[in-house]
Design a protein around this ligand. Structure first.
Ligand code: NAD
Ligand code: ZN
Length: 1585
């Protein structure tokens, strides 16, 4: 306990001390005594995790509190489930009940042993129990140690939000025992560190630095960790003492929390508190940066520090919503007068004077939005007529950029300048250094290792200006250098230089450090070690080291780690021989980096003789044909800067340089010029908007080539019509008026980084050309020599073509650049265009420029600009632009490009894998045309290839493919199944084309088999290369173009392969599998299905789906074959699950491996993937993105420790699962008692979540939960040896229990669209209970027969009713259709016959028959045999059929008489007119049947009702409204009426007979009738009032 530190906190509400140390618990008794804290008894409250991990510590604590055996104090322990879900009022109540039961009195002391959850809740219990008792905090998580245990805030959560109910209550003592941290995982440690970093940022710069420097090691460094905890606590205590309740200075603790809390409150948030704070701090700093209150560098440093702890710092678009965030932030207590305020941090450890400052909503929206766009007051105005040739208008720029900006200096220039100045003589003041790792590391090495005197002065740039005094050595001045070397920081003869991951520093310093060794006294300095972090340790230095070994004598360089990489050790070869740098010829290989050359050049003047540097590996410049070094401009830059420092290098020839001896003379001041590629954006803004912008850059001129190649960009601007002015330190560009840029063509080989900016300017120029000269097939602007841009962050050439085309520009790529054609300018406010930035900073920035001339251009991933220009958007605002946040997401582009419902199914793969056979079979089953591309090829392939060669063939083949993929060419509008030739992927264009398709299946047989099959074949043209090589080349390409993989095992027989393929393709082209009530899936637990010897076909009959448990497989890599095996035996959907150990499964791999398996399953076409919610959202995102929409996602979580939380918590949990990308929610607990099952069922029913929820409790006590679960219940089968989860039951067991409980096991549906008003559910759900059958009837709204097919194939399906528009479409899905239904031409009923086969029939006619029988059975009317059917639609057919079946005479009327005529002739009746008495039959009508919609007016002559002895019975089939015109007219003439609703009931009763195979009694019918009438009153009322 000696090493414990102590903080004393004196607040108004209490005084107490906080002890911090390791293994404090054994000393608690003593401390309590000292502090005079006594208790009548103690209640320790802890959670299950701590109980499990620290049992001895709990025992120790108990002993300590119990005290001596003479008068022991009673100590109780109460253990609650762990986690935020326990922090509820209910749990607080349970604890209080426990204490009351145990007769805890006012003298009881509560001990909160746990994380923030326990601390907060127990503090609150202590605050209210007996109006307040004492409590002690023993925090066990880092977060609770540094934050929640100090300060006296206590609370519980409610469904309405976190921490809403609570009190201020200070503990009487806090023991921070760091031993508890041993068992905390890294994520929870980082969670606490976020708060420490936060406090460092606001108030403790040294703490921030400690955090920033030690992320990798802080867990292992107990002293450091204790220091950090101590500092955080001391700081918080200090703040709390000044301001116990929020209001003043205490707000400083809330930095990062304005945004952080808003994230935390999002309904689907999964981040821990500290993680939200991390995101919050970074965003609040970004706000400060935008407001000019802090530097861009501060934001970067803070973000880097959080990231070093793997804390999130960015909001990921699919998972949060700006609107929601803003409304959450609106509730922040720091707001004032409805305006949002944040803690304003201005520098590390510094806050603004008033602490808090206002931030506008607009700024927050911009910073929190997934995209940004530039807005303009012009957007709402009509375009002004500026140029109107051909009636085309070039609208003026939407905004005008004006002003001047100071941009960070170029890194390359700055690094060179620092080294030169450090070596040079005299003082030098360097300004405008950029903020980046390279520079920071270089400055640290110079100042802290080589003791170069450095001072900083606040400058205009990002980093303070640096004044330094150079070492001032010259080639002859060895003695003087030796004196200097005394100052180097040498430990045990070693000079250690740490370069982190700064590559430039490593390269520049390696020769310089060799010099330093040479200059030093070998007795003082024996070796120099240069080392960096792990990433640095794999970066090659070999060629440079080789060169040093050649150039220096007497020194040796050794690799201490990986050969050729740092760490390196530079030593004297022997102690007495003094090393030297003789000079003369130095050959150097610059293939790896031109910086090797620069580094050698910069030390060369210190050699004894002048040096001739000779480069190996020159290359030819593509445009000039001149021999050059790789990255020649950077070598030129070095030479030019050396000249500035007084050393003139002579170029003797290509790659040959002569460096004279001497030394550097420092210029008194040196302003590092702006990075030229960064400067290109503000200058381009001036160009495109016709504005005027100045940047701090030197003007390149013809005689003096620019230091940075990209500076040549200003010449391009001049060519495009801009005015360029310059002085010593700046360049100003003025754009042509109205942004009318001139077209140019340019070789951009020397300024490749700016080609995209040029591209968008040229897009504007091309629009101007169009306005003056119209369309042309010749490009007006061309960019060449930028081929290297294809391999940057993304393929930039392609990305430019894609994005500019979507903006409406005509653009084409060429291998080494772009061609732009005159294209119509955007007018007014076009539809939104979302730019696909591919996380490429330059793309995002250049479209920021382009959007000045086109409205509604949205730039998502806008934060990617931070890579090189972190405050880009702020700078744009400073130039007068308005940037606004927008909700557009990258997914929007991907979504909008997805093709409509039916798309071709394309098969790819090597020859002889069965594409044709399988394709043909699948096409037949799917009812689609089949195309074999080889057959569709118009020539004999072999002959064609021999004559024209492969290239021509590939071109022709692509043309054929494209034709068949074009929807316009689909035969009968049906998308074909297309089998491609094996070599289709040899052509990049074909790959590109195929990648646009949604359903490309790679038929993927094992490698050896493919090769074997191809080798024995001679019909097609030979490959001309070994088959193996061909296949290995194509293999990755097949994968790249395909969305699915079908993997038949080698030994599978043909029939099985065909069966599996047809099942697979049916899935691929079908709508998503529905998730039905009552559905089940069978968990397959075999380690290998292919050898398990179980009959899947049989087992699948009872269930809706099969679950493949990949984690239980002996070999997960057999996944594709397992899926194949299932497909070959059954067509039931597959649920793919990889269950981790932590959630009760057996998967041992890491999360990435898990996600990879899920994605692989998705590629194999599984219908459902189970994704564990605990996975990092980036991995969830990977799975979500990999899957087509028809694959459904189950988001799951399993809690292994026993107990189900209170229903309200379960509900909250379920709501958290309810995310956009989730189709099914699965939460599984472990039952501690049967009650848990009821809690769960209740929670699901009342959660308000509309998606299917699987909620289970595992274990024997949880069996009831499987019975009560409503959707997708996992089941086992008696033929399986193991269950997937404890307590799992078979379908039969579940059914038996359900039936005994009166729960449905059979489901019936009404299919159609719309079904919302259907009275059928009311009817059957009244009838079934009266009949005592376990059935339930529901709506299934769809107009797609495929969906119906999926539903009726469920084993739970009992039967159904079919309405519009499906009545004519379902017949093909059924086993048989009754004669009645065939003649009527419509199926309105599906039922299962005794053998379980699906039969379709029509019961409408039966209901009508009943009505007609009634009409003829009335006394006095037996003779009347004539029936008039009004209408000639589908219902009329049933009526005609009924009339004829009863042998009555059929009369028909319809508004369109021809239709009636055709019905009359089909059924044998006659057509009449009804507006006169003419052809009413003798004796009039016995009945009139109305089949026209109830809302149509009907003009009937009264003679219809009066011509018979008894008024006819009016039978109406339309049931909305109840009183149709026909019924009204009939009633007026005293007719008896059978309402539509009655017919509906009657046909329903007939259906029920078929469904159940039982008769329906009058009593039962009455119950159904009442229910339908009750329902009907409601609907009728809602429809017709
Ligand atoms: N009162 C305040 O001022 C304040 C400040 C910040 C946070 N909080 C609250 O604190 C809570 C979060 O605190 P937390 O992160 O400590 O949560 P927590 O208490 O839920 O602990 C996180 C997890 O770690 C486990 N755990 C605890 N100690 C462990 C140990 N030694 N080894 C292994 N596992 C251990 C817990 O069982 C739990 O599963 C939130 O409810 C938050 O609102 C309060
Ligand atoms: Zn906090």
């Amino acid at each position: 306990m000696e090493s414990a530190s102590r903080v004393d906190l004196k607040a108004a509400s209490g005084e107490y001390s906080i002890l911090i140390g390791r293994d404090l618990l054994p000393h608690i008794a003593q401390h309590l005594k000292q502090e005079k804290i006594g208790a009548s008894m103690y209640v320790i409250v802890t959670d299950v995790t701590i109980e499990r991990l620290h049992p001895q510590r709990i025992d120790t604590l108990k002993q300590q509190l119990t005290g001596d055996s003479a008068s022991p104090t009673r100590v109780l322990v109460y253990v609650i489930p762990n986690g935020e879900k326990s922090k509820t009022r209910e749990m607080k109540g349970r604890i209080e009940d426990f204490m009351l039961r145990e007769k805890c009195d006012k003298g009881t002391v509560l001990v909160a042993l746990g994380g923030g959850v326990i601390g907060d809740m127990i503090g609150f219990v202590a605050a209210t129990y007996y109006r307040g008792i004492n409590f002690i905090q023993i925090p066990t998580t880092l977060l609770s140690m540094v934050d929640s245990s100090v300060g006296g805030k206590t609370a519980v959560n409610t469904p309405f939000g976190k921490n809403l109910i609570g009190a201020f209550k200070q503990p009487v003592a806090v023991y921070v025992d760091m031993a508890f941290l041993d068992t905390i995982d890294d994520r929870n440690m980082a969670n606490g560190m976020a708060e420490v970093i936060k406090s460092g940022l606001t108030s403790m710069p040294d703490v921030f630095e400690l955090c920033a420097d030690n992320a990798a090691t802080y867990r292992k460094d107990a002293k450091l960790l204790q220091e950090l905890i101590y500092r955080a606590i001391a700081f918080k205590a200090d703040v709390v003492m000044q301001d116990e309740r929020d209001g003043g200075i205490r707000n400083i603790l809330n930095f990062g929390h304005s945004v952080g809390h808003a994230v935390e409150l999002l309904p689907n948030n999964t981040w821990l508190h500290g993680e939200c704070v991390s995101v919050g701090c970074v965003h609040e700093l970004m706000a400060a940066r935008a407001m000019g209150r802090c530097s861009a560098e501060l934001v970067q440093r803070a973000e880097k520090c959080f990231q070093a702890y793997k804390l999130p710092t960015r909001l990921q678009p699919p998972y949060f919503d700006v609107g929601h965030m803003m409304s959450n932030m609106a509730m922040d207590k720091k707001n004032k007068g409805g305006r949002k305020r944040i803690v304003m941090v201005t520098d590390v450890g510094k806050t603004a004077d008033g602490l808090m400052e206002y931030v506008s909503d607009d700024l927050f929206i911009r910073l929190l939005s997934p995209s940004v766009e530039i807005t303009s007051p012009l957007d709402t105005q009509a375009p002004t007529q500026t140029d109107a040739v051909n009636g085309v208008v070039v609208p003026p720029p939407r905004v005008i950029a004006n002003g001047s900006v100071i941009l960070p200096g170029s890194k390359s220039v700055a690094n060179r300048a620092l080294l030169l100045a450090a070596l040079g003589r005299g003082p030098c003041e360097l300004s405008n250094l950029p903020a980046c790792e390279d520079i920071r590391v270089m400055l640290t090495a110079l100042a802290n290792r080589l003791s170069v005197p450095l001072t900083y002065r606040k400058g205009s740039g990002e980093v303070p200006d640096v004044m330094l005094e150079g070492m001032g050595v010259t080639s002859g001045g060895i003695e003087q250098a030796k004196a200097l070397s005394k100052k180097f920081v040498i430990e045990d003869g070693v000079l250690h230089v740490w370069v982190e991951n700064a590559g430039t520093v490593a390269r520049f310093l390696t020769p310089a450090l060799t010099l330093i060794l040479l200059w030093s006294d070998p007795k003082v300095l024996t070796k120099v070690v240069l080392d960096g972090n792990n990433r640095m340790r794999v970066r090659p230095l070999k060629d440079l080291v080789e060169c040093i070994k050649l150039a220096f004598t007497g020194v040796n360089v050794k690799y201490l780690g990986k050969e050729g990489c740092p760490p390196i050790e530079i030593t004297h070869t022997s102690a007495d021989v003094s090393a030297s740098f003789p000079g003369a010829d130095i050959p150097i290989d610059n293939k790896v980096s031109s910086q090797f050359v620069s580094a050698m050049l910069m030390v060369a003047p210190f050699a004894k003789e002048s040096v001739e540097v000779q480069l190996k590996h020159l290359q030819e410049d593509a445009s000039s044909g001149v021999q050059e070094a790789v990255s020649q401009p950077y070598i030129d830059m070095t030479i030019q800067m050396m000249k500035h420092w007084g050393v003139e290098v002579q170029q003797l020839g290509p790659g040959r340089y002569k460096v004279p001896t001497g030394g550097y003379v420092n210029p008194p001041t040196y302003a590092v010029e702006a990075d030229a590629s960064a400067a290109s954006y503000p200058l381009a803004l001036a160009a495109i908007t016709g504005g005027r912008v100045t940047v701090n850059m030197k003007m390149p001129s013809v005689d003096k080539p620019p230091l940075q190649g990209d500076a040549n960009f200003v010449h391009l601007l001049a060519e495009m019509g801009c005015k360029v002015e310059s002085d010593q330190t700046s360049v100003t560009v003025t754009g042509p008026s109205n942004g009318h840029l001139l077209p140019v063509s340019s070789d951009m080989g020397k300024m490749t980084d700016t080609f995209m900016t040029a591209g968008v300017l040229m897009a504007r120029a091309a629009q101007c050309v169009y306005a003056t000269s119209g369309e042309s097939s010749e490009p007006c602007c061309v960019i060449t020599n930028v081929e290297n841009q294809r391999v940057k962050e993304c393929n930039r050439i392609e990305a430019m073509v894609d994005n500019l085309s979507r903006c409406g520009c005509k653009i084409r790529d060429r291998q080494d650049g772009l061609e732009l054609f005159p294209s119509p300018p955007p007018v007014g406010c076009p539809a939104p265009t979302v730019i696909n930035c591919h996380e490429d900073h330059r793309l995002a920035m250049c479209f920021g420029v382009y959007s000045c001339v086109q409205a509604n251009v949205k730039i998502p991933e806008w934060r990617c600009v931070e890579k090189t220009f972190s405050d880009y958007w702020d700078v744009l605002e400073r130039l007068g632009l308005t940037i606004r946040g927008s909700n557009a997401k990258v997914e929007d582009i991907l979504q909008s490009s997805s093709v409509p419902s039916e798309s071709p199914l394309v098969l790819v793969g090597m020859r002889n894998v069965g594409k044709t056979t399988l394709g043909r079979a699948a096409a037949t089953r799917l009812g689609r045309p089949f195309v074999d591309l080889d057959e569709a090829f118009p020539f004999d392939i072999k002959a064609f290839v021999e004559k024209h060669g492969w290239d021509a063939f590939r071109q022709e083949e692509l043309a054929v493919l494209s034709r068949h993929l074009d929807p316009a060419s689909f035969p009968d509008g049906k998308a074909p199944v297309i089998a491609c030739g094996g070599g289709i992927v040899e052509s990049p264009k074909a790959i590109e084309r195929l990648q646009k398709e949604q359903q490309v299946v790679w038929i993927h047989v094992s490698d050896e088999e493919v090769i074997r099959r191809c080798e024995n074949e001679a019909v097609k043209p030979a490959y001309g290369q070994p088959v193996r090589d061909v296949y290995m080349r194509r293999k990755p390409l097949f994968k790249e173009v395909s969305t699915y993989e079908f993997c038949p095992p080698v030994k599978a027989d043909d029939k099985a392969v065909e069966q599996a393929f047809c099942t697979f393709t049916r899935h691929v082209v079908s709508p998503p599998s529905p998730v039905l009530e009552g559905s089940t899936f069978l968990s397959l637990t075999s380690p290998d299905l292919t050898t398990a010897g179980i009959n899947l076909a049989d087992m699948a009959k009872d269930v809706d789906a099969l679950e493949l448990r990949v984690d239980l497989l002996a070999d997960p890599s057999t996944l594709p074959h397992q899926i194949f095996h299932i497909r070959s035996q059954t067509s039931r959907p597959i649920v793919l699950t990889v269950r981790s150990r932590g959630e009760g499964g057996r998967f041992d791999g890491d999360d990435t491996a898990m996600a990879a398996l899920l994605c692989e399953g998705v590629r194999c076409g599984v219908e459902f993937v189970d994704v564990e919610k605990r996975l990092p959202s980036s991995l969830i995102d990977t799975v979500v993105r990999s899957k087509p929409r028809r694959t459904r996602l189950i988001l799951s979580q399993h809690f292994i420790s026993p107990g189900v939380p209170p229903a309200s918590d379960v509900q909250n949990l379920i709501r958290q699962f309810d995310r956009d990308y989730v189709d099914v929610i699965k939460v599984v607990f472990t039952a501690s008692c049967t009650d848990d099952c009821l809690t769960l069922a209740h929670a699901v029913r009342s959660s308000g979540v509309r998606k299917p929820v699987i909620a289970l409790a595992m274990g024997e006590a949880g069996r009831l939960s499987r019975v009560l679960n409503t959707h997708m219940t996992p089941v086992t089968h008696k033929a399986l040896s193991t269950k997937a989860a404890p307590g799992q039951m078979t379908v039969q067991e579940i059914d038996a229990m359900r039936q005994s409980m009166g729960l449905p096991t059979r489901f019936y549906y009404v299919f159609g669209k719309p079904t919302s008003k259907s009275a059928s559910p009311a009817l059957y759900n009244a009838l079934f209970p009266v009949k005592g059958v376990p059935c339930y009837y529901d709506r299934h709204e769809t107009d797609d027969p495929k969906t119906v097919e999926a539903v009726i194939s469920s084993p739970r399906f009992g039967g159904g009713s079919v309405t519009i528009p499906l009545k004519e479409k379902v017949a093909p899905l059924l086993h048989s259709v009754s004669e009645d239904a065939k003649i009527i031409g419509a199926v309105n009923t599906i039922y299962k016959d005794a053998k379980g086969r699906l039969v379709g029939t029509n019961t409408d006619y039966l209901a009508l028959t009943r009505g007609l029988k009634h009409a003829t059975s009335r006394s006095g009317n037996q003779a009347a045999k004539s029936v008039l059917v009004l209408g000639a639609g589908g219902a009329a057919r049933a009526a005609c059929y009924a009339v004829k079946k009863l042998g009555m005479d059929l009369f028909l009327w319809n508004r369109t008489k021809t239709k009636a005529d055709s019905l009359a002739s089909e059924f044998g009746g006659q057509t009449i007119v009804i507006d006169g008495p003419q052809n009413t039959p003798q004796g009039g009508f016995a009945a009139l049947i109305g089949t026209v919609p109830g809302s149509s007016p009907l003009d009937v002559s009264s003679s219809l009702f009066t011509s018979s002895a008894l008024p006819p019975v009016v039978i109406e089939m339309a049931y909305l409204p109840k009183e149709t015109p026909l019924v009204k007219a009939g009633a007026a003439h005293g007719c008896e009426c059978v309402y539509g609703i009655d017919i509906l009931i009657w046909q329903g009763v007939e259906q029920a007979r078929l469904y159940l195979g039982q008769d329906i009694t009058a009593q039962e019918e009455k119950a159904a009738t009442q229910a339908v009438y009750a329902y009907y009153e409601q609907v009728a009322a809602s429809t017709y009032t």
